[in-house]
Design a protein around this ligand. Structure first.
Ligand code: TIU
Length: 237
């Protein structure tokens, strides 16, 4: 296989090979369920306000990828209204009063199409941007994400979203096993548990980047501006 030209991006545990082509942004589960009161994250007993801290950085990356005409894929965790794609182990786990499928303040908990399942307004996708519904924690399990990535020639993934140690880490491990070069953006991913976020960042980049690399929003924005050409705006922008 011919080697693709890359540029070293400052990252841990060593510079990330930013490719000339084949880069995409993956935004994991920035949906109201996890970020606003009354959703699944809240029902699990978490302080959902903690996750708002990354919205501006994810937004800055989303706008940059649009500017350079690089693909953006968003995911939402959710289930079909009949819950046929929700294993009973997932529905029954835990002690919270509100379970998946129950009516909550933002509609049925973690059900596709319900108000709580929508992506937060700040990060709403534009027409044509792909949103992948996923029934599991990983974005590759029972979805067509890999099909989209292969079709668009994606080899390198910039990964953002929530929560760091659950859906983000699971997705990064799935992607890593499939051969994608993954960069996790430290200040564009968040957890309800600061110590879990810290541990996740450390474990993915340990052992020579066993799962991939980590870097920061500003570093990536600067590198994108240097190495990618801004594209003319689409008429709907
Ligand atoms: N509970 C928790 O931290 N996360 C999830 O259930 N899903 C995602 O991480 N998206």
């Amino acid at each position: 296989m011919p080697t693709m030209p890359t540029t070293p991006l400052p990252a841990q545990p060593y510079p990330y090979p930013l490719p000339a082509t084949g880069l995409a942004l993956l935004i994991i589960d920035m949906q109201r369920d996890f970020i606003e009161p009354g959703g699944f994250g809240d029902a699990l007993g978490n302080d959902v306000s903690l996750l708002r801290a990354i919205i501006s950085n994810v937004k800055a990356l989303q706008e940059a990828f649009r500017r350079y005409n690089l693909p953006i894929f968003q995911t939402v965790e959710g289930h079909l209204p009949d819950l046929s794609d929700c294993p009973s182990s997932k529905r029954d786990r835990g002690t919270s009063a509100l379970k998946i499928g129950d009516p909550g303040p933002m509609g049925r908990i973690l059900v596709l199409g319900e108000p709580g399942n929508g992506i937060i307004p700040e990060l709403a996708p534009l027409p044509g941007e792909v949103v992948i519904p996923k029934p599991g924690k990983g974005a590759f399990f029972a979805t067509d994400l890999e099909h989209h990535l292969i079709k668009q020639g994606i080899t390198h993934l910039v990964i953002t979203g929530v929560t760091t140690e659950v859906c983000v880490q699971t997705t990064m491990r799935e992607a890593n096993d499939r051969g994608y070069e993954c960069l996790l953006v430290e200040d564009a991913t968040e957890s309800y548990f600061p110590e879990f976020k810290r541990a996740t960042l450390e474990m993915v980049r340990a052992q020579g980047g066993i799962v991939g690399w980590t870097s920061c929003t500003e570093t990536l924005l600067q590198a994108l501006a240097q190495h990618y050409a801004a594209q003319p705006l689409e008429p709907y922008l």
